[in-house]
Each structure stands twice: as C-alpha cells, then as structure tokens.
Design a protein around this ligand. Structure first.
Ligand code: COI
Length: 354
C-alpha cells in the first residue's frame, strides 16, 4: 500500500508552548485510511486536517463501534522527536479491534504512517517542559445503517494535538472518589478495550465527583464492588509497606502502557511490585495501620499522577500528607527522562521519528 501525502495550502499559526492545555488544538494534517470488505484497508493518505462529512445514520454514531489509542511524541533537548513504546499502542489498538469486531490494521504500516505524519508536523511538537504532541488514532464504523450488526466499512484516522499536562494539578496530588453508585465495566464486557463506551459510562460518576471537589473516580469491580480497578483516565498503584501493588488485569481494566512500564522498571530495579487483587477494605486498613505509604496513577495523558486524598463512603483518607511521595517521584522521573531523552533507554522503549 502506498501512502500519499497532500499538503495543506495554508498552515495554522502555532500556539505558545508554555500555555498548552490538553486536547484543544489540532495540527495541519491528519492520516486517513478506509476499509471495505472487497478491498480491505486501502487508500492510506496524509491530507489536510478537515471535518468529516458523514451520513447521519453512520453506525458508530448510533452503536459506538469504535476504538482509539493515545500516545505521545516528545521533543528531546537536542531537538529530535521520539515516541514511547508506540508498538504497544498499536498492538492494543488491534486487541480493542478484535473485541469490537473491527478489522485489524497492519501494525508496521500503522507505525510507519504515524511516523510520517509526525515528521510532516514536526514543527508542532512543543519543547516547553511537560509538553508533547498527543497522538490520537481512531477507528470508526462507517456503514450508514440502523440495524445492530458490525459494520462492513471503517475509517482509520490519526490526529495530533500539542498538549501540556492533563490534570490542572500538574504533578501535584489529585483527590479521587471511590464510587459505589456506579460501575465502569464488568468482566466479559468492554472494560479492557479502549473504546468510547467506557468513557461514556464514566461521565456521570465523574461529574458527581467534580461537584464533590474530587478530580477523578476510582472504580471498584463491577461484580462485587469490592476490589479496586482503575481511574478511567489512568491505572492505579498503591505502595503498602515496601510493596508496589496494582490491580491485576482481569478483563475489565485497561492494560495501560505506562502501567506496564512501571511494572517493568520495578522488575529491572529489583523492587517488589505485584499485580494482584486489592480490595477497598485492604486499602483502608493499610491506611489505618500506617502501612499505606503512597498512591499514584499511571497513564499516557496523566503520566504518573500522585493521589493525595481518597474518599470512600463517609471516610476520607489523606495519603503521604498530601505531598508527592518518593516512589511516585522516582517513577515519574525515570519514565519522563526516558521519554524526553534525558536518560539512557535501558529498556529499548524509544522509537525515533527524526
Ligand atoms: C490516555 O492516557 O492517553 C488516554 O487515552 C486517557 C484519556 C482520558 C485522555
């Protein structure tokens, strides 16, 4: 398949790197590719960023048959651009595709297309501290049809957005609320796929958490509402005594790439890290006995995000004096130093773009 490139005639003005929010600005070009049952994936092209024109009956608008990814391109101090474990994102995109009955994409081709798009948009990769170019691949079902079945046609597209920090708190502790009123996902559902339904399911609880003064929701399992799962926009880690614990992947938790990187770094450093079931009662007891040292989230958008307060029922616990703890700090530094090329990459995680 040959990738064609059509350049925009007029380029947008670039934003001030120092004042980037998250997900509001988009670059001049995008990648598009189509699928139908006869041709398979075809017509890959980089073209000017543009609105889609689509039939109001387009299937993904009705039944949510869609998957997406989130990863970042980083500018190093020497001005080069690099990606962090992009193959993992493309592999996960295909895993999500399988769950949503969407035809998989060729992983090498998708990575190459992504790299070509970023290379074309290299002037959009910001250089201020904690900024990056967020990459959002998406696949959506395109048949105009109102019956419930999987679509015969799809669009795969990639857009790019220069971003700063995801949470307004930056690398300061966030407050999270454990909800027992709603569940995000259940085993056997779509919780482990990166698909819009999971995010739609989280909105009401998220709004209620915001109203109560919390940044995010910490979800319990959808069956017993007993075991801790994830935060929706990130996975979660607990430091109890000298052990780093994250809920094991059970079918309803998103297999995060930053999560995986924390676990692999812990192993590389010989630290005690486990993936296991951890209940909300164990967490509250660990806090009561002084054993809960830190809590932090891990995600592409959130990077490593310390948690300073957790509310469960009428109990509010404060963790590490609402300060950034040493474990979160160490993983944040190690991961971002690799991402921004400030440190060696002993794990082979970096893929250069230019
Ligand atoms: C990411 O971390 O890249 C995500 O897709 C999470 C989203 C809430 C921004």
């Amino acid at each position: 398949m040959e990738l064609t490139i059509k350049r925009a005639e007029k380029l947008k003005s670039k934003p001030d790197d120092a004042n980037l929010g998250f997900g509001t600005l988009f670059t001049d070009h995008m990648f598009n590719m189509d699928y139908d049952t006869e041709k398979g994936w075809h017509s890959p092209r980089i073209e000017p960023y543009a609105h889609f024109e689509m039939d109001p009956a387009t299937m993904f608008l009705h039944y949510g048959q869609a998957v997406f990814e989130g990863l970042k391109a980083y500018r190093t101090e020497s001005g080069n651009i690099q990606l962090f474990r992009p193959q993992e994102n493309i592999k996960r995109l295909n895993r999500s595709c399988r769950r949503l009955c969407i035809p998989e994409v060729d992983e090498d081709f998708a990575l190459d297309a992504m790299k070509q798009l970023i290379a074309l948009e290299q002037d959009w990769v910001p250089s201020a501290p904690e900024t990056s170019l967020y990459i959002r691949p998406n696949i959506i079902a395109m048949d105009p049809f109102l019956g419930v079945r999987s679509s015969y046609t799809y669009r795969f597209y990639i857009i790019l957005s220069p971003v700063g920090v995801y949470y307004p708190e930056g690398f300061n502790p966030v407050k999270i609320l454990v909800t027992s009123d709603y569940v995000r996902a259940v085993r056997g559902g779509v919780g482990e796929a990166k698909t819009p339904a999971n995010y739609a399911a989280s909105l009401l609880a998220g709004e209620e958490a915001h109203k109560a003064g919390y940044t995010q929701v910490l979800w319990l399992d959808g069956v017993e509402q007993k075991y801790l799962e994830e935060v929706g926009s990130m996975n979660i880690f607990f430091v109890i005594d000298d052990e780093i614990i994250t809920p094991e992947l059970n079918g309803s938790i998103l297999p995060g790439i930053t999560r995986k990187s924390v676990l692999e770094l812990a192993k590389h450093w010989g630290e005690k890290a486990s993936e296991r079931q951890i209940s909300i009662d164990e967490l509250m007891n660990a806090h009561a006995s002084g054993k809960l040292k830190e809590v932090f989230g891990a995600g592409t958008a959130a990077v490593i995000s310390p948690v300073g307060q957790i509310k469960y029922g009428d109990k509010v616990i404060t963790i590490a004096d609402n300060q950034v703890g040493p474990v979160a700090k160490k993983y944040y530094k190690a991961i971002t130093d690799i991402q921004y090329g400030k440190a060696e990459d002993p794990m082979g995680w970096i893929v250069p773009v230019s």
